[in-house]
Ligand binder design. Sequence first.
Ligand SMILES: [Zn+2]
Length: 433
Amino acid sequence: MNSEIEFAQNLIDFIYDSPTAFHAVARAKEDLTKEGFMEIAEEEKWSLKKGGKYFVSKNDSALTAFVVGMGEIEENGFKIIGAHTDSPSFRIKPAPEMVVDNAYVKLNTEVYGGPILNTWMDRPLALAGRVTLRSENLLYPETRLVNINKPIMIIPNLAIHMNRDINTGIELNKQKDTLPLLAMVSEELEKDKYLLSTIASELSVECKQIIDFDLFLYEYEKGSIIGLNNEFISSSRLDDLAMVHAGIRALASTAPVQATNVMVCFDNEEVGSSTKQGADSNMLADILERITISQEKNREDFLRALSKSFMISADNAHAVHPNSPEKNDPTNKPYINKGPVIKINANQSYTTDSNSDAVYELVCEKAGVPVQKFVNRSDAKGGSTIGPISSTHLNIRSVDMGSPTLAMHSIRELGGVIDHTYVTKSFQEFYKI
Ligand SMILES: [Zn+2]
C-alpha cells in the first residue's frame, strides 16, 4: 500500500500545481521534459525520429504527447489515451469589481461548466489563469500564466437565520449568490484596480500592460489522503486531472514499441468540447496525420494507420454512493478501490462496444488489474465525455473508462488510492502492446 499512497500523493501534488487547464499543461510539459520528451510547435516543420518522444500544445491549455513507434505507422497504427485538462469553476468577467455599500469589494464571475455550486461556499478561494499582455506584434500578444496561491476570496453563505429554508434545499442564483468577496474598500487602492494591481504586481508588470485575462477561481486548500486506512483521495479536479496524470506517467514510463503511443489532453470538455483545443476539433486528427507525414508516408498510409489504431477515452466514472446506492444500475455497481470502470451506454453516450470493451478488459487482465462496469440506470440520463466527440473526427475503435469517483463536480471530489495505481498500470500495459 505504501507505494500506492506515494503515487496518490504524487497525483495530489500534480493537481495542486494545476489550478487551471493552463497550469495543468505547464506542469505536464515540465514532467515530460524531465523524462526526455522534446517540445515541438505547430508552426514548425516536423522531422520526427522513430522512438523519439515529443509533445505539442494548443492554446496553452491542451497538450498531445507521443512516442513515435519503431514499426511502420500504416501497419502498427496509434495507441491513444485521451483525457481533459479543464474542470468546472468560476471565470472572472471583464470589469469584475463590484462595490457593495461602499464597504465590500466583490468580483463578478461567470460559471464555467457544471460545478456543484453549494460546495464552493465558505471555502478560502485562490485565483489562477492566463493573462494577456501588450506586445510589439499586434497579432501575437504576450501570454503569461499567473497563480495567486493565496486565500484571497470567499463566497459566504447567508446565515441560517436569514435563510430558514437552507437545509431543505435552496437554489443559488449564479449572478447573485455565488460572487466571491475579495476585500474591504480601502483608501489606498484605486477603485477598479484591486484585482488588476494584484495581478500586475504578481507578474511584475504595470497595470496598463494587461489587456485581458482568462482567470478562474480555485480551492485554496490542497487535496489530501483520507480514510481510516488512507484509502481515499479527497481533492479538487480529480475529474479529469487524475486521468491526465495517469496517462502522462504511463506514457513517460513505457519504452518505444512498434505502434506510436499518444497521450492527448483536450481542453473544454466541461463546456461541450467545441473549441479549437477541444475534442470536437481536428486538433488530434491533424497531429496524427502530421506524425504520419513526418515518417515520409502519405494520406493513404495515415488512413491505414487509423484502421489499426485504438483509443482509450479516460474520464472519471460514478462509483456507488454509500448514502444513495439505489442511484446506480441494479446489476452494474462500481465501487471505489475495486479497479477502473468501463462505461457503457446503449445510445452511445460512451464509445464502448463489446469489441473495445474486450480489448480493455484483456489489457487489465494482463496487468493484473480488476475491472468494473458502469451503465446508467435506464431512467436516468448520465453524462458524456470526449470519446464519442473525438470519434466523430477519427473513426477508430474506442473504449470509455475512468476511475470510480464520488461527488463528481464538487469542489472536493473523492477517489480511491489503489484505483489510481490500477488505472496507471492498465495504461502502461496498453502502451506496451
Ligand atoms: Zn470529466
